[in-house]
Design a protein around this ligand. Structure first.
Ligand code: NAI
Length: 333
């Protein structure tokens, strides 16, 4: 197309931003024919570093990059936004209680939701990456009443990809032969990675693995705690893999998922699988025509049901906490 797509990236000067912006500008997110205009949002202290990144983006001479703007004001950054990647967030500081963390992030994602409501394009799609991602997405959506709630996603794709990788390592199959893995619930250590419907080379994954103790005792905790393991090893949190997951999430949302497969997406529940309506929880989802559909009718065994319920209970707690803090306008849930 000739009209550039406006892509807003918050936290643009951060670790993930640095791994993300170049791939967006090169066409890996929206395809090789789509020009993009980057709108980078930072806090004032981050603007200078963002300007440095912008200089490097210019120096790549990407044919698809139609322009770069840097803002420290959310209203301007989200004006005309088609795709928004909400990466910037308040990390948990030493001695910070969970309530403080939720409140600090509510102070970011509420106003960003309002800015999206005020200025977004009709086709806007928002992916929240900054943690706690699911509840931040809920807060942003609650402040954008004119934007359909299903345009707000939180990122589970990194967890999904981690599950694919662990299954590939265990079975020796290439990831390209593995399908129908699901992450349910919250992007936290309480997520529920699920291979009960997965296929490896066309065969049921559980059968190929043939070791239920490995699934429950190794696979699930390895995937769920991978973020902490990366921090431990690298001395910094996952950045390139998180950026990669964001690229894939938006790519598939806009351009579709492969036939006969699905991915994992946190989006407002419609009540599917008895997840309370409105919670931004992860489901198996496929995309066609630019819209996610929750994969329906999967049978859940007791272990999977219990895993989903535990993760959803955590989301309910987070929702109730932010509600109590006055961060969810009363009308929403
Ligand atoms: P970082 O600390 O390197 O970068 C964050 C950037 O956001 C900083 O440059 C900061 O100035 C900026 N920022 C803070 N508040 C802002 C605001 N109100 N508006 C605009 N920018 C703002 O952190 P990193 O490594 O890039 O991670 C970013 C977030 O992504 C963290 O919350 C992290 O926990 C989360 N994350 C989520 C994953 C997921 O799977 N959903 C995976 C990995 C990280």
């Amino acid at each position: 197309s000739t009209v550039p797509v406006n892509v807003t990236v918050t936290g643009a000067a951060g670790q993930i931003g640095y791994a993300l912006l170049f791939r967006i500008a090169s066409g890996q997110m929206l395809g090789p024919d789509v020009r993009v205009r980057l709108k980078m949002l930072e806090i004032p202290q981050g603007v200078k570093a963002a300007e440095g990144t912008a200089m490097e983006l210019e120096d790549c001479a990407f044919p698809l990059l139609a322009g770069i703007d840097i803002y420290d004001d959310a209203t301007q950054a989200f004006d005309g936004v088609n795709v928004g990647l909400l990466v910037g967030a308040r990390p948990r500081g030493a001695g910070m209680e969970r309530g403080d963390l939720l409140a600090a992030n509510g102070g970011i994602f509420g106003p960003q939701g309002e800015a999206i409501n005020a200025g977004a394009a009709d086709d806007v799609r928002i992916l929240v990456v900054g943690n706690p991602a699911n509840t931040n997405a809920l807060i942003a959506s609650a402040h954008a009443p004119d934007v359909p709630a299903d345009r707000f996603n939180a990122m589970m794709r990194l967890d999904h990809n981690r599950a694919l990788a662990q299954l590939a390592l265990r079975t020796g199959a290439p990831v390209s032969e593995i399908s129908r893995v699901t992450i349910w619930g919250n992007h936290s250590a309480k997520q529920h990675p699920d291979i009960t419907h997965a296929l490896v080379g066309g065969r049921p994954a559980a059968e190929v693995v043939g070791d239920d103790a490995w699934v429950k005792g190794e696979f699930v905790p390895t995937v769920a705690k991978r973020g902490a393991a990366i921090i431990d090893a690298r001395g910094a949190s996952s950045a390139a893999s998180a950026a990669n997951a964001a690229i894939s999430h938006v790519h598939d949302w806009v351009l579709g998922t492969p036939k006969d497969d699905w991915t994992s997406v946190a989006m407002p529940s419609d009540g599917s699988y008895d997840v309370p309506e409105g919670l931004v929880s992860s489901f198996p989802a496929s995309s066609e025509g630019g819209r996610w559909e929750i994969v329906q009718g999967l049978e859940l065994d007791d272990y999977t049901r219990a895993g989903i319920d535990a993760s959803v209970a955590e989301l309910v707690e987070e929702r109730d906490a932010v509600k109590e803090l006055g961060l969810l306008p009363a009308v929403t849930i």
